[in-house]
Ligand binder design. Structure first.
Ligand code: ADP
Ligand code: MG
Length: 327
């Protein structure tokens, strides 16, 4: 049983402008000790999907499908059970979390908070200081930073503190939404490398979200690419980056130059056009208005994710086995 299994998950926001289907039928598996990168442009539904995993979507959202955490459906849990699961079994690093450290409190106290929340006796035993030091060490920071204030830390150090907080209760699953977007591209790769190696070591499952496919592909085990609320390609990270099957994946990879490729660094090719608004999707394949390979039937025929190559899947009419079913 995977640590996280999404079964045909859909999320629709009710708005004054009508229904906004932000996530449309996503199925994904994540094995313990592995990392899954979720890539896609802004508006593709990544944050909505992340929030769904811990049932943190707003009231205006209707969620369908199943979100299985170690086999238990998060969407069917009681509120009591859900409170116990958050942080202790699954923790989330929100988009923009870098700025959510409290400037008035020392870093050590902030790391101790989730530990004390779930095990109040830890404070009485004075063991929490030891736990904080262990956590700082595990994310490659000197233990003396426990007595520093957030403004005394660099961006990369703050991000490591956020990771230490996510690890604090030894969860089974960590969801990190754009955890490195504010950082320099080299620091991004370092922080993600740290996160993915901790995940392997501790046997934790990791979902990490970014708009930058190349950063994910060089650090995660598997990658899923989202477009207009759907997964349009999924597979082993290296394969998805090197032999992408969906034209959108290729466009996204070209839009963000590969780390360490000096030629690409100075000539990033933008992704032409804008992604569709989920409240008003075009008929057929939602990518067809921007697709260099689109033909007539792409304007009318929608395609679901299907097997396309070794352990890879894509939602494009030009690739894969139309009779195949992905999970
Ligand atoms: P991403 O993280 O990939 O940028 P989001 O999940 O934030 O994507 O957003 C997906 C779509 O859902 C966007 O079109 C966004 O405008 C819409 N959306 C997100 N949150 C809400 C909300 N609370 N109410 C209505 N629409 C929303
Ligand atoms: Mg987002």
């Amino acid at each position: 049983m995977p640590v996280l299994r999404l079964e045909d998950v859909s999320v629709t926001y009710r708005t004054a402008e009508g229904a906004v289907p932000a996530v449309r039928g996503v199925s994904l598996d994540l094995e313990a000790g592995t990392s899954l990168g979720v890539a896609g442009e802004s508006g593709s539904g990544k944050s909505t999907l992340a929030a769904t995993v811990l049932r943190l979507t707003p009231r205006s959202a209707t969620v369908e499908g199943r979100v299985l955490l170690d086999g238990e459906d998060v969407l069917a849990m009681s509120f009591g059970r859900l409170r116990a699961v958050r942080w202790a079994e699954a923790s989330i690093v929100f988009q923009g979390a870098l700025h959510s450290l409290n400037p008035l409190h020392r870093v050590g106290r902030q790391i101790a908070e989730p530990v004390l929340l779930h095990d109040p006796s830890a404070g009485a035993r004075r063991s929490v200081d030891g736990v904080v030091k262990e956590l700082l060490t595990s994310v490659g920071l000197p233990t003396r930073l426990a007595s520093s204030y957030p403004h005394q830390l660099s961006g990369g150090q703050k991000q490591r503190v956020m990771i230490a907080m996510a690890l604090a209760c030894r969860p089974r699953l960590i969801v990190a939404d754009e955890p490195t977007t504010a950082l320099d591209v080299m620091v991004q790769a370092q922080v993600l490398d740290l996160l993915t190696s901790l995940v392997r070591e501790l046997g934790v499952g990791l979902v990490v979200i970014s708009h930058d496919l190349s950063v994910l592909a060089t650090t995660c085990d598997r990658v899923a690419v989202m477009y207009a609320g759907r997964v349009v390609e999924e597979g082993p990270a290296a394969a998805v980056l090197r032999s992408a099957r969906h034209p959108y994946t290729r466009a996204l990879a070209a839009a963000f130059p590969t780390i360490g490729d000096p030629a690409a660094r100075f000539a990033p090719r933008g992704l032409p056009g804008d992604p569709p608004w989920p409240g008003d999707l075009p008929p057929g394949c939602p990518f067809h208005p921007r697709c260099p390979e689109a033909e007539d039937r792409c304007h009318t025929d929608d395609v679901r994710l299907r097997p396309a190559g070794d352990d890879q899947a894509a939602a494009c009419i030009h690739v894969g086995d139309p009779s195949g079913v992905v999970r």
